[in-house]
Design a protein around this ligand. Structure first.
Ligand SMILES: Cc1ncc(COP(=O)(O)O)c(C=O)c1O
Length: 419
């Protein structure tokens, strides 16, 4: 059966596709290259049918977190019920073996050893564990970008106050001509006192994908460690963490993996674990065991379990298809507006330097006014960004987004810019 026949006979556009149906659907589509499948609206309509959407607005703000498909949400609710029924019996007999199994599965997804990965609540917890766990000495230096996420910049500032270390910040260009332009920018701020470089894998306000591997090689050649903020890249881009050659990597699973809220990962390269100080004490583990960083106390353990269901859904689609579709959607609308009068794209033009996320502004219109008009007049939900060199609204489609929705956004944007 070919893909179109499958969609017809299985009623792919109906709401009731099971995980098994989805696997069969993708098996039927497996002969189609990911880039070609990315433009197949009938195929993606069958994925959209798995999400419960509001009719009142078009949601183009999936960067905060990605809504879960109904089957993953239902699996999560079933875990909540199951654990509530077993209560302390679950906590004392099943909690830890189950958590280990989820950790193993996540490590497989990340391409690293389970001994280098822990489950956290989110990127903030992951990266702040590294920043606050570093043995800073007065005069030490760290390098980061002013476009990095505020919570991490604040955590570095706290270390500066506490230990007398110094933070240096680059400002990222919106449309770099080469990887070397970015690598040089960071390299210029590295001194003999620099110990840690923080880089965003995908800058959240612009969608800019940074050349992380080249940055890591440069940092290591100067004896500097590198920590990567992967909040938006993990389960969005097709890569394995060890291929980036970084020392630390943090990500949120409620963004692009589609896990429920409050799930993240921290990767620490094996030989970097020993020197990190845990935030919460736990003498049960050796200094070289990453689990020393993972004493969370009593917490929502059903979240850990539901990560498995999110991975099932993610893998039923496949990372190559997911990345190709998300990049297709972004290019679909940005191609139509780049270069138009008053419209400013704050995302690199080179398609290899971005994926789902892009940012657009209108000259002479404050970002919050643009976001307000899009919602009030056109029923399109976005988020205003007005920081560093970025003034615009962030547009983040999800797997359920249609090209018809993006057409509506393009019409709205050009009408506002023309008016
Ligand atoms: C680049 C980046 N880093 C870190 C975070 C923090 O993620 P969380 O709130 O899940 O910890 C975000 C959240 O949007 C982000 O975009």
């Amino acid at each position: 059966m070919n893909k179109r026949d499958f969609l017809r006979t299985a009623g792919g556009a109906s709401l009731g596709l099971t995980l098994g149906d989805a696997r069969a659907l993708f098996a039927a589509a497996s002969a189609t290259p990911a880039v070609e499948l990315a433009a197949d609206e009938a195929f993606w309509a069958s994925i959209r049918a798995k999400f419960k959407l509001k009719a009142e607005y078009i949601n183009l703000e999936n960067g905060y977190y990605c809504m879960q498909p109904q089957e993953v949400l239902e699996a999560f609710i079933a875990h909540v019920r199951e654990i509530n029924t077993e209560a302390s019996y679950y906590m004392r007999t099943k909690q830890y073996p189950n958590k280990e199994a989820v950790r193993d599965r996540l490590a497989g997804l990340a391409g690293c050893s389970s001994e280098e990965l822990i489950i956290t609540r989110n990127t903030t917890e992951s990266l702040d564990t590294v920043i606050a766990g570093f043995d800073w000495k007065p005069g030490d230096e760290a390098v980061m970008a002013e476009q990095d996420y505020g919570a991490m910049l604040d955590q570095f500032d706290l270390q500066a106050r506490r230990y007398g270390m110094l933070n240096r910040r680059v400002s990222l260009p919106l449309d770099p001509k080469s990887d070397e332009e970015i690598v040089d920018l960071y390299a210029r701020l590295i001194t003999y006192k620099t110990r840690l470089l923080m880089v965003g894998h995908m800058v959240n306000i612009t969608g800019h994908i940074l050349p992380v591997r080249k940055l890591a090689d440069m940092a290591h050649s100067k004896g500097v460690q590198i920590m990567v903020d992967g909040a938006h890249a993990f389960a969005h881009l097709d890569f394995k963490i060890p291929d980036l050659n970084c020392d630390y990597y943090g990500a949120s699973l409620h963004k692009w993996l589609g896990a429920n809220l409050g799930a993240g990962i921290l990767y620490v390269r094996k030989d970097r674990i020993e020197k990190l100080w845990p935030i919460y004490g736990d003498k049960g583990f050796n200094d070289t065991d990453i689990r020393k960083l993972n004493h969370t106390g009593t917490h929502p353990v059903h979240t850990d379990l539901a990560i498995m269901n999110a991975i099932d859904f993610h893998e039923s689609i496949g990372i190559a298809r997911k990345e190709a579709r998300l990049r297709y959607l972004q290019n679909y609308w940005t191609k139509q507006v780049r270069g138009l009068p008053r419209i400013v794209l704050n995302t690199p033009a080179d398609p290899r330097r971005s994926c789902a996320i892009a940012n657009v502004g209108i000259t002479g219109l404050a970002p919050k006014e643009l976001a307000r008009t899009l919602l009030d007049k056109y029923r399109i939900w976005t988020v205003a960004i007005d920081t560093a060199n970025v003034q615009g609204v962030r547009i983040t489609p999800h797997l359920y987004t249609t090209t018809a929705e993006l057409d509506a956004f393009v019409r709205a944007l050009t009408a506002i810019a023309g008016g």
